[in-house]
Design a protein around this ligand. Sequence first.
Ligand code: FES
Length: 95
Amino acid sequence: MKKAPVPYRKTVFVCTNVRADGRVACGNPGRGGVELCAALKEGAKRLGLKGKVRVARTGCLDLCEQGPNVFLYPDGEWLSGLAPADAESILKGLT
Ligand code: FES
């Protein structure tokens, strides 16, 4: 095992999990998780956060009914019920 320092100051984990069986999931059509992730990635680039803030897709964070959900690392903050329009304020809160 090789240990290395975290390459980003902050990481925004965005649930984009999709379920085809009818159960609720952040990435299902109409839920907004995929669009939120795209808005966060675009916003990070536009705000000059590339290399400082990493926006990463993640699987289920186990609060599906409250999604779309985001987990901020290393802050340990959890955000729920988000929409793509929230991307900018999330990113500005990290700087
Ligand atoms: S599908 Fe997003 S938290 Fe479960």
